[in-house]
Ligand binder design. Structure first.
Ligand code: NAD
Length: 508
């Protein structure tokens, strides 16, 4: 790991605020990054104070007119080079993600691959960004719409995808002509600094001014400054529903735009017509991958009564085979939780399940001893519950899987939808009628609904996001780019008269 830290120039850093290649002076408090893998301190960073934050925003403001004047395909070419930079650094950055955040090495590499993929997507997009043309009701008139950049895009991100979420936002925002200011999670500052170094090198090589890519390492207060800042027309915030409600209210109070990607409480419906072996893979990976710390983690299995016991037995035996330990060791399936606070929340949730009447079929607990010194390794567990329990309605960011029994598909869909969140959902069935009902408007109410695929993960080509308390935002593929631009309708009169719309006469 030492050579990776040196490669990205990480260690004792006296500034966590950057406008590109420049790192600004700050008197903010020191943020210590410790690895949940072994509990060791990886590095320290000086967080932003208000003055450093303001200086970064001023730099972004100055860069914006220069950046937006560069043709979009040329901006795309620069994003293509960032993708190349990420390809070269995939191994080092992937390992750092795994060590600082605690996800498995394969998932660390996968996260960097997602960043590369969104760069590729954004390059193609840079030659599109298209509006529509409409037929005017007036003779000799042409009407169309076009998209212009917004300005500064503020990006607030969560610890669990410490770098991919930033790239989903920034690569699209950059080809759209916006400049970006990123406030990463205070739990994963070093991976963010590594990304800033990769990006800054590409921008400098292309003579792009400082300020197009700004980084503000800071605690929650830095996110609050951004939400309240009228110089930031769009705040894209990923994190808990608690955070999203606060950001949404503050941004709406100044009539700014927000793009919210918040908590999930995702379920897989396993019907009597499911392929149970396939369902098992989807359910187990969905529940324990990233130690249950994905927004798309499978938290609930809604299982038909006729296959309930058989599937429960399969699950229990699969859980017995899970190897928990160092995520950098590719033999292990499950790594640590992010920190001790997450472990406390996991334990409190287990108690809450028991207090409400839930019955554990695979017990949880914290692991100790050799290899588990960080105190962040917990056992994935499974409980039989009722959907209405308060704790089941809540997203616990840990590997606790709930089993719920159903008898009719209508009932299963009602259970699936019967939570405040609406991110990802899935049905396992080989029956066409069941699958189509689940996907119809009488089916899942989530932003993502899958058939014979679990809830966890997504491809960047589709729009990503969810409904209800998940916040309603869409990022990444499809037409998600439109959130980073303002739409303008244009009507051009090339006739010799000025007819008014709707036949109105105004003679004088
Ligand atoms: P968190 O809400 O604690 O923090 C997320 C970010 O918001 C951090 O950068 C934090 O500093 C900042 N923040 C916190 N309070 C703020 C406030 N009042 N104003 C402005 N900024 C504030 O979340 P976390 O623990 O880092 O991440 C886990 C959560 O993120 C889970 O709920 C998970 O489902 C969600 N998540 C959602 C998606 C998605 O796409 N829907 C993706 C990843 C994570």
């Amino acid at each position: 790991m030492q050579n990776i830290l040196q490669h990205f120039q990480l260690g004792e850093l006296n500034s966590g605020v950057s406008t590109g290649n420049s790192w600004l002076h700050s008197n903010g408090e020191k943020i210590v990054s410790s690895s949940p893998v072994d509990g060791k301190v990886i590095g320290t960073v000086q967080a932003a104070d208000r003055a450093a934050y303001d200086a970064a925003i001023s730099s972004a403001q100055k860069a914006y007119p220069i950046w937006k004047a560069i043709p979009a395909p040329r901006r795309g070419e620069i994003v293509r080079q960032i993708g190349e930079g990420l390809r070269k650094n995939k191994e080092a950055l992937g390992k750092l993600v795994s060590y600082e955040m605690g996800k498995s090495l394969q998932e660390g590499y996968g996260e960097v691959q997602e960043m590369i993929d969104i760069c590729d997507f954004a390059v193609g997009l840079s030659r599109q960004l298209h509006g529509l043309t409409m037929h005017s009701e007036r003779p000799g008139h042409r009407m169309y719409e076009q998209y212009h950049p917004l300005g500064i895009v503020g990006i607030i991100s969560a610890f669990n995808f410490p770098v991919a979420v930033w790239s989903w936002n920034s690569m699209l925002a950059w080809v759209c002509g916006d400049v970006c200011v990123w406030k990463p999670s205070e739990k994963t500052p070093l991976t963010a600094i590594a990304c800033q170094r990769i990006t800054a090198e590409v921008f400098a090589a292309n003579d792009v001014p400082e300020g197009v890519s700004c980084l503000v390492i800071g605690n929650r207060d830095a996110g609050e400054w951004m939400a309240a800042d009228e110089r930031v027309p769009l705040v894209s915030a990923t994190g808990s529903t608690r955070m999203g409600k606060s950001v949404a209210a503050v941004v709406a109070g100044r009539l700014g735009k927000s793009l919210l990607e918040l908590g999930g409480n995702n379920a897989i419906i396993i019907t009597e017509n499911a392929d149970l072996d396939m369902s098992l893979i989807g359910a187990v990976f969905g529940a324990v991958g990233t130690a249950g710390q994905r927004c798309t983690t499978t938290r609930r299995l809604i299982i038909h009564e006729s296959v309930y016991d058989a599937f429960k037995d399969k699950l229990v035996s699969a859980y017995k085979q899970l190897r928990i330990g160092d995520p950098l060791d590719q033999h292990n399936h499950v790594g640590p939780l992010i920190d001790q606070d997450a472990v406390k929340a996991y334990l409190a949730s287990i108690e809450a399940v028991k207090a409400e009447g839930g019955k554990f079929v695979v017990e949880g607990g914290v692991l100790s001893g050799a290899g588990y010194e960080s105190g962040c390794y917990v056992k994935p567990c499974i409980a039989e519950v009722e959907n209405h329990y308060k704790i089941v309605q809540h997203e616990t960011f840990a590997p606790i899987l709930y089993l719920i029994k159903y008898s009719t598909l209508d009932q299963a869909i009602a259970l699936q939808n019967g939570v405040p969140q609406g991110l990802s959902s899935a049905i396992m069935t080989l029956n066409l009628r069941e699958a189509e009902q689940f996907l119809s408007n009488a089916g899942s109410d989530c932003g993502i609904a899958n058939v014979n695929i679990g809830t966890s993960g997504a491809e960047i080509g589709g729009a990503f996001g969810g409904e209800k308390e998940t916040g309603g935002g869409r990022e990444s593929g499809s037409d998600a780019w439109k959130a980073y631009m303002r739409r303008q309708t244009n009507t051009i009169n090339y006739s010799t008269k000025l007819p008014l719309a709707q036949g109105i006469k105004f003679d004088f």
